[in-house]
Every structure is written in C-alpha cells, then in structure tokens.
Design a protein around this ligand. Structure first.
Ligand code: ACO
Length: 321
C-alpha cells in the first residue's frame, strides 16, 4: 500500500568540541554561539571515517534485518570519503548487501529529503522491497577554522532510515522538493582540483563560504513554502502533524519555522544543541533522536523539512508505524 519508514539509526564520532575550545581558536565566546545558534557542543571525526559513521548508523537502523532484502542504498553527502567508489558502493561492500543498487546524492543539507523523495519513487516503480537512506558528513574537513562566522556551526555524524514496502500501512503521505537559484552565491564550497599541464588554474579554497544572513532569510522563506506544500498535497492541517523534524542549522530558524506554521516549538525536534549543523546527516540524526525518545505512537503524522545549498529545500510527511 505504501512506503514506510521502518527504523532509524544514528552514529556520532567520539570526540566532542565544546564552544569554550572554539573561543581559543577564533574571536568568539560560548554565550554568542548559544544565543545566535543554539549550539553548545558538536562531534568531530578524528579517528572515524565517513564510512565508519555511515556503516554504524546503517547497522543500528537495520538491526537483525535480512541483509539480502536491502535492494537500494542512497547516501546523501557533500563530504564523501572518496569520489569513486561512491559512499553508497562503499557501504554496500562493507555491509555485504549483495542485492543493493548503491549511489550518492548531493543536495547539500536537503540531501536526506531528496534521498527519501528519490527512494519512494524508485521503490514504487521498481518494486524495491527495502532501502537504506543514509545522510553522512565530515563537514569539519571543509570548514575554515579561521572563519568565526562558519567554524562555530558545523559538526560530523551520520543518520540512516530503512524504508520498506508495506501492504497495509500508508507510510509516506506526501513529499515536495524545490530548487531555487543561488543568484548571490551565498553558500558555496569550491573543489580543489589539480592543474593539468595545459593550464594554470587559480587554486580554490575547499571551504564552506557562506553569507549567513542571506542563507537565514532563504531558509525561513523556503521552509514555509515546502511545509505548506506537503500539507496541501496530503490534505491535512499543521495541527494534524504530531512532530516536526527540521534541518538543524540554527535554533532560531527552527523557532521561526514554528511561528510561520503557527505550531508550538515543543512539536519540533531540536537536536542541534549537541551536534551543530551536520548538513545531510542532520535530519536523519534528529529523526533517530525523536524515534528513540519513546514519544512517537503508530499513526502519528511526522514532517521532515530541510533546506540547504543549491539552493535546495524539501519536506516529507509520513505516518509512523
Ligand atoms: N562569534 C562572535 N561574533 C560573531 C561570530 C562568532 N562566531 N560570527 C559572527 N560574529 C559577529 C559578526 O562579525 C557581526 O559583527 P558586527 O555586527 O560587528 O559586524 C555580528 O556577530 C552579527 O553577525 P551576523 O552574521 O549578522 O549574525 P547572525 O545573527 O546572522 O548569525 C549565523 C550568524 C549564525 C551564521 C546565522 O546567520 C545563521 O545561522 N545563518 C544560517 C546558516 C545556515 O542555515 N546554514 C545552513 C546551510 S550550511 C550548509 O549547507 C553546510
């Protein structure tokens, strides 16, 4: 009957970087970071690879499921360990998921939403039984540790959801994604390629460059638009949604999303305090936190909502099983 979110998992690196430590690196202080972003601490992968984190999150989500039943792996990331093989292919090999088609998706912080959007369509069209949708990032490797405007924001981690076909349950009720043009280049990360013997390209800095105020404004507008779109498609009201799981970029963006849709902030999952912004991994990690909280009951309607570089945005509305 539908595609359901059957289970979730999450993995964080061991090392925690506190706000206090950041104030020794750049001209900032813990109170500014908490007041302006809501972030108190974040995890940074020192020993772990992205693959380690993705595999750990996937193992937690899969539990004792039959490995051969996984027929699709989509990994959303802007910081893959390698360009080739894809992270999807690496996860498939490491976990021995021999029946899975595997590849990566780059839609920046909206990557997990785009992954679910792709997976739902593919699973329905190709009658795929089960899929792993993973968000994984080591954002701290593309962070400029001398830029106080960005280095206080980011962290590393991974989250995973198992999607499966259900004959009796509705699962995903509606989905909506949208791309807006980043006309002012307010959120970019350059690639650092080698020169060919034929041209001397100017070296580029492989760091996150961001105009925070512009991204903030975009986020608030786009979140409102995509939340309205999934509600309208499903024919329900914001009041009918039990929990909202937004991208964890800034607690003030989450608060303004709650105001925009006239819902109490208590309905919104806030995980950013201990993780920072982990781009494509933020939403699946926050979803895993919500599912583990014990609050969710079968039939509860949950909305996932994200925005990010591209500029991209999207939302997924589903019923918990
Ligand atoms: N510590 C202390 N002061 C700081 C810091 C810091 N870490 N960073 C900036 N400031 C200063 C600025 O220099 C500025 O000082 P000035 O007034 O003397 O010029 C002042 O604080 C205010 O700066 P703003 O940039 O206007 O601060 P704002 O309230 O907008 O907060 C922030 C900045 C947190 C970046 C916010 O704009 C934001 O969260 N934007 C959205 C970011 C986002 O959502 N990114 C998602 C995508 S990221 C990705 O895709 C990987």
């Amino acid at each position: 009957m539908g595609i359901v979110i059957a289970s979730t998992g999450k993995a964080l690196p061991e090392f925690k970087l506190e706000n206090e430590q950041l104030s020794k690196l750049v001209d900032t202080n813990s109170q500014w970071i908490i007041d302006r972003t809501g972030i108190e601490t974040r995890h940074i992968a020192i020993k772990e690879t992205g693959l380690d984190l993705a595999v750990k999150a996937a193992e937690e989500a899969m539990g004792d499921m039959d490995k051969d039943s996984i027929e699709l792996i989509l990994v959303a990331t802007v910081t893959p360990d390698m360009l080739v093989p894809s992270m999807g292919a690496l996860v498939k090999k490491t976990l021995g998921l021999k029946n899975a088609i595997a590849y990566d998706i780059n839609a920046a912080c909206s990557g997990f939403i785009y992954g679910l959007w792709n997976a739902e369509a593919l699973m329905k069209t190709h009658k795929i039984k089960r899929a792993l949708i993973i968000g994984v990032e080591r954002l701290t490797r593309i962070t400029n540790w001398e830029d106080r405007g960005t280095c206080v924001l980011f962290g590393d981690g991974s989250g995973c959801a198992v999607l499966e076909h259900s004959d009796s349950k509705k699962g995903i009720m509606s989905s909506f994604v949208k791309n807006y043009d980043d006309v002012t280049n307010c959120l970019t990360v350059d690639m650092q390629y080698l020169n060919t013997p034929f041209a001397d390209d100017e070296p580029k800095e492989p760091y996150i460059h961001m105009n925070g105020t512009q991204v903030f404004r975009f986020a608030v507008g786009a979140i409102g638009e995509v939340m309205d779109a999934v509600l309208q498609k499903a024919g329900i009201k914001a009041d009918d949604v039990k929990y909202y799981v937004p991208h964890q970029a800034n607690v003030r963006i989450i608060q303004s999303a709650a105001q925009r849709i006239k819902q109490p902030i208590e309905k919104f999952q806030v995980s950013i305090r201990t993780t920072g912004n982990v781009s494509a991994a933020s939403i699946p990690m926050a979803l895993a936190d919500l599912m583990k909280s014990g609050k969710v009951r079968p039939g509860d309607k949950i909305m996932l909502v994200g925005f990010g570089g591209g500029l991209s945005a999207g939302a997924i509305l589903f019923e918990a099983i």
